[in-house]
Design a protein around this ligand. Sequence first.
Ligand SMILES: Cc1ncc(COP(=O)(O)O)c(C=O)c1O
Length: 390
Amino acid sequence: MSDPFQLKQRLRDKQQQHLYRRRRLLESAQGARVRVDDRDVLNFCSNDYLGLASHPRVIAALQSAAAEMGVGSGASHLVIGHSRFHHQLEEKLAAFVKRPRALLFSTGYMANLGVISTLVDRNDIVLEDKLNHASLLDGALLSRGQLQRYHHNDVNNLRERLNALDGKRALVVTDSVFSMDGDVAPLREIATACAEQNAWLMVDDAHGFGVLGEQGRGVLDHFHLNTEQVPVYMATLGKALGSYGAFVAGSDDLIECLIQECRPYIYTTAMPPAVAAATLESLQLLQDESWRVEHLHALIRQFRNGAMQRGIELSESHTAIQPLIVGESGKALQLSEKLLQQNILVGAIRPPSVPNNTARLRITLSAAHTESDIEQLLDVLHAALQSFEE
Ligand SMILES: Cc1ncc(COP(=O)(O)O)c(C=O)c1O
């Protein structure tokens, strides 16, 4: 067969550069312990930060809503797919994050593509942090506006670019918690810089929602930022909430404009109503039982203290994402393999997900873990790193 797109060569290159990706086969529900590739392991690579993905109440909510409403939503939100469960979830999410309104999207990737491409046109500028999630960068590309990337978390560099706008409209976009680094954007300073130049700020709180702020209300609650300071808030439901989908929250005008114009919202099937019902239950659990957020933060402190005592160098992160940067992709893979031999599952993250020569172990902690799980991780990690140095 002809190969005009050089698929064979592309695959060979990836293998040679240790960048080939392989999917593991999961045979159990999400949790601290999972069964993958015929092996029982302690799981430190899921984004199920609160352990809600397989909570009995969440499962029961999904089952009961599916029995009532069926599985498929049948159509897009604007046709006949917008159910009572979707609507209730939008209202509850808006109240929880203290914004006037919220709008559900089928995935976070689509929410980011949709919001940026709806707001921005070809005459505008999109200013993005260098380490923003791929979906935010792709949103800017789809908008056809001019994409500029400022240095990571560098408000001075952002200010210089804002000062050079020359009357053009700008949307500033940043992750709240950076997905591969776990550090938090200086949002107060960024919001002030935006206000000075009349630029709008959009924050993607995929990894902060459910983890930061009172009861896990997210990064804007953590920094006490209102809708005026951050007009566009986006968060996902497939991580700490243990469900699926995403939402955008902001003013009535923003949400109404998205309903009217946002193509990735309009031209796609609504998420199954039972998924919205399950998410409503997760959200209720978040409000009823704040111990999960507290326990997660205690585990984060325990992990960081334990790593320091053992001389393990971690990046500066106080969120559930705790990366250990090793540099070369091959080394990250070997280290992850060594941990797996001891039944500890940690993902090796390599370019292009992270910049060249910064391959890493992306260790993620969850409220589903116990203190002894964290001790086990630390001991195995320490031994693996030592055997590497020998
Ligand atoms: C920062 C960030 N934004 C957006 C997304 C996309 O969300 P979703 O998985 O719901 O498409 C992710 C991860 O998946 C993410 O880490």
